[in-house]
Design a protein around this ligand. Structure first.
Ligand code: GLC
Length: 423
């Protein structure tokens, strides 16, 4: 399926891991799967989940100020607890927590009011469903998947009927999400515990697209995904096709009160610039407290990133991947008409900034955000091999505290030299 253009144009999304795990501040779902927390204590968090200050409009406002164009909220994580009033069983925050209400409708509405696209996360796996651990992956990615009692049937205990019931439950839940909330994007997870055939991925994708043919699907729909989803680890080469790096703002997906290891705004600007410079989106994750509030230190990171993006928006939105490594010491983006290159400079430029291998003549260089023009000249080059463009470094007043961006305006469409130099 062709990718929806909004996705590649979005550049920044906000990922939200919100669930009962925020009550005790333990790792989402994994804490009972690994035995870090006994299962009954994990489930006891249902009693403490209040969503008492849940204000999706405040979230949407913050995400819009961050510069995001979409968000993705955990509708149901591997723990099986639905954030909406599912008709498939009782395990939802609506029926089993003091919150007592659906949390998705207000979220979808608030995002749309801000012009943001609506994403919902849904885990294929459900470690709490009685029929889930009834099958075994024919070729599991690791032994834990085969051995874990929440994930897989014990040897010889497979139960195809139970597995068929699970798939019917999964299809019905995803159907509810599609018809009730009309998400623009469905972000699947947990695919590693079964094969594509066991998941009946084709049927699932048909069901979703019959409800809304424009739904964007991530790669955890295996062959049926539209884009790849590198997680936490940054790619060194741009993945093929549309892609999105998902990254936690600290070290945790959900709220964990002891985790103050937040990335600085300067670091976030780097992750972001490097990602869009390779044509990807950044999906930056926050973990709200059980009451629904986003911790101040996380909100401040989003605001800080948003301030930098707002000042440099022409270098962000409407751009495509910039130069491959080697031309400029930092990432770059390129305007859609391929006539303006945006060079990101993370360190304060000293004396000059160089750009190598540029064939297209330069008409003007200016500092994005202040408009100050900078002197520039080409030195050297022979025949086919272009000279080096030397740009005068901006004065201190024109340098940005986090990352200075230089717009290099070209007299034609970008053309670069990629060779080994003249013999
Ligand atoms: C992993 C984890 C999960 C988290 C997800 C986000 O797959 O299982 O806890 O939600 O990554 O990408």
């Amino acid at each position: 399926m062709p990718m929806q253009p909004w996705f590649s144009e979005a550049k920044l999304g906000i990922f939200v891991h919100y669930g009962i795990y925020a009550v005790d501040g333990v790792p989402e779902s994994w804490s009972f799967y690994t035995g870090q927390v006994p299962h009954d204590r994990y489930m006891k968090q249902l009693d403490g989940f209040t969503a008492s200050d849940y204000d999706p409009r405040a979230w949407a406002g913050l995400f819009a100020r961050a510069g995001a164009k979409y968000a993705v909220l955990t509708a149901r994580h591997h723990d099986g607890v639905a954030l909406w009033d599912t008709d498939q069983g009782d395990l939802s925050v609506v029926r089993q927590t003091p919150a007592g209400r659906d949390l998705l409708a207000g979220y979808a509405e608030a995002l749309r009011e801000q012009g943001l696209k609506v994403g919902l996360y849904y885990s294929h796996s459900d470690w709490n469903h009685p029929d889930y651990a009834s099958a075994v992956h024919p070729d599991p990615p690791n032994e834990e998947v085969r051995a874990n009692r929440y994930a897989s049937a014990a040897p010889g205990q497979e139960d195809p009927e139970a597995w068929a019931r699970f798939l019917a439950y999964r299809n019905a839940q995803v159907g509810e999400l599609v018809t009730r909330f009309r998400p623009d994007l469905l972000w699947f997870d947990g695919e590693w515990e079964r094969s594509e055939e066991q998941w009946e991925m084709r049927e699932l994708s048909e069901l979703i697209l019959a409800g809304n043919p424009d739904t964007v699907l991530n790669a955890r729909m295996l062959s049926y995904g539209n884009y790849s989803t590198p997680e936490q680890g940054v790619p060194l080469l741009p993945p093929e096709g549309p892609w999105e790096l998902c990254l936690t703002v600290n070290d945790s997906w959900g709220f964990q009160p002891q985790d103050h290891h937040h990335k600085s705004v300067r670091q976030l600007v780097r992750y972001f610039a490097e990602t869009i410079g390779m044509g990807g989106n950044l999906l930056l994750d926050v973990g709200p407290r059980e009451d629904g509030t986003i911790p101040a230190e996380q909100a401040a990171r989003l605001e800080g990133l948003g301030t930098w993006i707002a000042k440099h928006s022409e270098a962000v939105y409407g751009t495509v991947a910039g130069l491959p490594a080697g031309h400029h010491y930092g990432p770059s983006t390129l305007s859609a008409d391929r006539r303006t290159l945006y060079l990101m400079c993370f360190d304060t430029p000293r004396e000059t900034v160089s750009l190598r291998g540029l064939r297209t003549p330069v008409t003007r260089v200016r500092v994005v955000g202040t408009g100050t023009e900078l002197g520039h000249r080409v030195i050297g080059g022979l025949g086919d091999v272009p000279g080096v463009l030397w740009i005068d470094a901006p004065e201190a007043a024109d340098a940005d505290e986090l990352a200075t961006v230089l717009a290099v305006e070209l007299g034609g469409e970008l053309d670069v030299y990629r060779g080994t130099g003249r013999d």
